[in-house]
Each structure stands twice: as structure tokens, then as C-alpha cells.
Design a protein. Structure first.
Ligand code: AMP
Length: 204
């Protein structure tokens, strides 16, 4: 499925607590809307697996459920963003410093974000979902999940306010079955001009 709309620039940020299903949604959006899926958690895990210098530096932060320092993460993703005219960022930005760095990378190229999508669900629900995950990540134990949620509320919540003030924030209620959540996200992206998708959209 290819269309003129899929050649247009499109920049999306997915924000949400750990375990809310951002990764699954981002992968579906990648396929359906022809977006580069840039997931900082996946990139960091790949570095760690390959034993690169960055991977070694990031490892303890990751296993503690804390944020890897902004400078390292920004250096890792900025090239990917620059070379991707259409992207969905999954798990980045997670701090105001990262949000500003992203704005700067785009500004230099006279590009802008299309939208930030806050995929939201209460803590109890994401804790349950993580407990039920079967891929068994080493940072999915109870203590680390608690830390990751704390980090989300403390460091990432201001990012949501930042995009709200910029007027590009959209909220998706993720405390529902995954296919309903994804249907909402799909509709939102079609409306934002990501692609005509299967519905034809005439604009509003
Ligand atoms: P995730 O797969 O997105 O849940 O990320 C797993 C872990 O990687 C996080 O708990 C952090 O330690 C680290 N990480 C991922 N993305 C970022 C980011 N944007 N900034 C800082 N640390 C990150």
C-alpha cells in the first residue's frame, strides 16, 4: 500500500507509561502508515547486547529502571530522526531536556512534529500488563517496574504538559482492549494526514 500521502513528512511521538502497549502500537503504525519506528529502549537493548561502549554505559540505568542520561540517548537517536522523513518515536522524549533536543534537531532541518500521542492508563493496569508479559525482560520485576513508573510520573509527565502547551497533544485511553485502542490511534493518524488508510478522509 503506497500513496502520495506516504511520501509526505510525518513526525509522531508516542508517550505513555511502561507496559501501556506503546511498542505494539508503534510497530502497527510503522507497517500501516509507512513510518520509521524509532524505539530508544530497543536501540539501547541492542547496544547492550552488542556490548558497545554506549551499551555498557546504559546497562545499569536500564536494569535499575532509571533514565539513561539525556546526552547519550539524544546522541543515539538524532541521526535516525534526521534521516527519517516519516517516523514514530517510541519511548523518546522521556524528559524535558530530550523534548527540547528533539525540537532543535527538527528545527535545524525546518521540520516539525505532527503530533504527540499520550497513550494513557492507570498504574494498576500497566502493572498488571507487565506482570502478564511473556518476553521476560530483565527490567520487568516488581521493584524496577515501580521505579519506571515513578520516573514516568516525575520526568515524563512534564513532556506531556510541554506538548499540550504547544497544542499538538492527543490522548488515547489505553485502559481498554488493545484492538479498540489501536482503532482510535489509527483514526487519529488518518485525521492528522498520516495516510488515507482504508477510510477516505476529506479533511475538516
Ligand atoms: P523501554 O523499552 O522504552 O521501556 O525502555 C527500557 C529502558 O531503557 C528504560 O527503563 C530506560 O532505562 C532506558 N530508556 C529507553 N528510552 C529512554 C529515553 N528516551 N531516555 C532515557 N532512558 C531511556
Amino acid at each position: 500500500m503506497h500513496s502520495a500521502a506516504q511520501d509526505a513528512e510525518f513526525g509522531l511521538v508516542l508517550i505513555g507509561p511502561p507496559g501501556v502497549g506503546k511498542g505494539t502500537q508503534a510497530a502497527q503504525l510503522r507497517d500501516e502508515f509507512g513510518l520509521a519506528h524509532i524505539a530508544t529502549g530497543d536501540l539501547l537493548r541492542a547496544h547492550r547486547g552488542q556490548g558497545t561502549e554506549l551499551g555498557r554505559q546504559a546497562a545499569t540505568y536500564m536494569s535499575d529502571g532509571r533514565l539513561v542520561p539525556d546526552g547519550l540517548v539524544v546522541a543515539m537517536v538524532q541521526e535516525r530522526i534526521r534521516e527519517s522523513p516519516r517516523f514514530v518515536l517510541d519511548g523518546f522524549p522521556r524528559s524535558l531536556a530530550q523534548a527540547r533536543a528533539l525540537a532543535e534537531v527538527l528545527l535545524v532541518e525546518r521540520r516539525r512534529l505532527t503530533a504527540a500521542v499520550f497513550v494513557e492508563a492507570p498504574d494498576e493496569i500497566v502493572i498488571e500488563r507487565i506482570a502478564g508479559r511473556d518476553e521476560g525482560r530483565d527490567d520487568d520485576n516488581a521493584a524496577t517496574v515501580r521505579r519506571r513508573l515513578e520516573v514516568f510520573h516525575r520526568s515524563t509527565a512534564p513532556v506531556i504538559a510541554y506538548y499540550e502547551v504547544l497544542g499538538i497533544l492527543h490522548r488515547i485511553d489505553a485502559a481498554r482492549p488493545i484492538d479498540e485502542v489501536y482503532a482510535d490511534t489509527q483514526r487519529l493518524l488518518s485525521r492528522l494526514g498520516g495516510t488515507p488508510s482504508s477510510v477516505s478522509f476529506t479533511g475538516a
